[in-house]
Ligand binder design. Structure first.
Ligand code: ADP
Length: 231
């Protein structure tokens, strides 16, 4: 039996004032431990799909389930807890500039109400995982783009989410930093976390070599098991 972690059932989204829907009748299952790359031209609906999963936007039609829970029926008091199941990574890193690599990651644990002991034991471990054990005291401006993104990935995984969602995580990076970020995401996936990324980078899709979903104008036009980048 195919275990579903995330299930989009006939999801459509028409933003107010638009003629064309951003998503149209999307049905999609994601199993635990998958690594999915979502590709498609700008405007294809990739970000809207992620926003639906995070319950940041409501679908016009259809339902999104996370572990069998309809995420848009969650009361607002439960949304915060729900979103902790999803670690977010962004193209522009979104680190706190006046905090070090260590402090940026620790801050996510503080916000989740974790104890000082937990923070002191977990943050060094995560810094090692993202290969930044020697840069714990560096501020974002002292780190390369790839290193900053690895801090952001550390922050995203520190509270042990079920899924990492990364919207164009290598969009601002050169090929070497891109390669390093992809290797870290692969490692996290191998350790058991589901990973969903959007990307425009064929090299990323090839290096990941896992399921690829191709979107075009609000539709899924391809769903390939292994590394097809066809645009
Ligand atoms: P992608 O991430 O693939 O570039 P998006 O999901 O951002 O695509 O956008 C899909 C479509 O929805 C586009 O036509 C875009 O202009 C439109 N769209 C996205 N966000 C909004 C919004 N907040 N309000 C109105 N239209 C939007």
């Amino acid at each position: 039996m195919c275990v579903r972690m995330i299930y989009f059932e006939k999801v459509s989204k028409l933003y107010n004032g638009n003629r064309a829907p951003a998503l149209e009748d999307i049905t999609l299952s994601v199993a635990p431990k998958e690594f999915i790359s979502i590709v498609g031209h700008s405007g294809a609906g990739k970000t809207t799909l992620l926003k639906m999963l995070l319950a940041e936007e409501r679908p016009t039609a259809g339902t999104i389930f996370f572990e069998s829970v309809n995420v848009h029926e969650l009361p607002s008091s439960a949304l915060h807890h729900y979103r902790r199941k999803i670690g977010m990574v962004f193209q522009d890193f979104r680190l706190i500039p006046h905090k070090t690599a260590y402090e940026n990651i620790a801050f996510a644990m503080e916000a989740a109400g974790r104890t000082d002991e937990e923070i002191a034991s977990d943050v060094p471990h995560i810094l090692e995982l993202v290969d930044l054990g020697d840069k714990a005291d560096h501020f974002p401006h002292q780190l390369s783009g790839g290193e900053q993104q690895r801090v952001a990935i550390g922050r995203a995984i520190i509270n042990q989410p079920d899924v990492i969602v990364a919207d164009e995580p290598t969009g601002n990076l050169d090929p070497i930093n891109t390669y390093e970020v992809v290797q870290i995401l692969k490692k996290i996936n191998e350790l058991g976390t589901t990973v969903i990324i959007t990307t425009h980078n064929k090299g990323v899709v090839d290096a990941v070599d896992r399921r690829v979903i191709t979107m075009d104008r609000g539709h899924i036009v391809r769903d390939d098991a292994h590394g097809q980048y066809v645009l």
